[in-house]
Design a protein. Sequence first.
Length: 194
Amino acid sequence: MKRALKNRIGKIIAKLKLVYEEYKLKAIYNNPNVSIEGSLIIEEYFSATLPASGFSIKFGPAVHFKKYCAILLVPKAQLTIASNVFFNNYCSINCLHKISIGENTQFGEGVKIYDHNHTYTYANEVLDVDRHNFKTAPVTIGKNCWIGSNVTILKGVTIGDNVIIGANNLIYKSVPANTVLKFKAEYIIQNHNT
């Protein structure tokens, strides 16, 4: 009897999770500001923070978001994702101005894309970061790119076509087409006995 009750409760919880996930996706699928060409695959725990109106999202065919991905847009923001783009788990796109991603581009786990940065002042040896005002500049990522896990791409960056960016890089300058960008770090191993 306990086992049957546990199974029944488990099925109810699974169904409730499914209903909740479907409800969250209505912000994408039933939104007049969102254009979807062909198939769009969005896996569990996707988050979309969107304004009521005045923004634009264009998804090309065969765009795929794995689990725990998130997008955030504000009024007047423009997000364009071309065909056959893949986002692995935990990727996020934060768009206050304009972000464009070319076809056949792949993102490893934990990639973050920002087209903005907080404004700040530094006076009398005091740093004041404004949480509500931002400087923005478009981000453009070319086609046929592979962006490795835990890469962060900042405002104003253009990444050319056919680029590979290795894991754990902070991209704050543009990257030319047909290049490989690697992070170079050196380990210093010391022996405590010497």
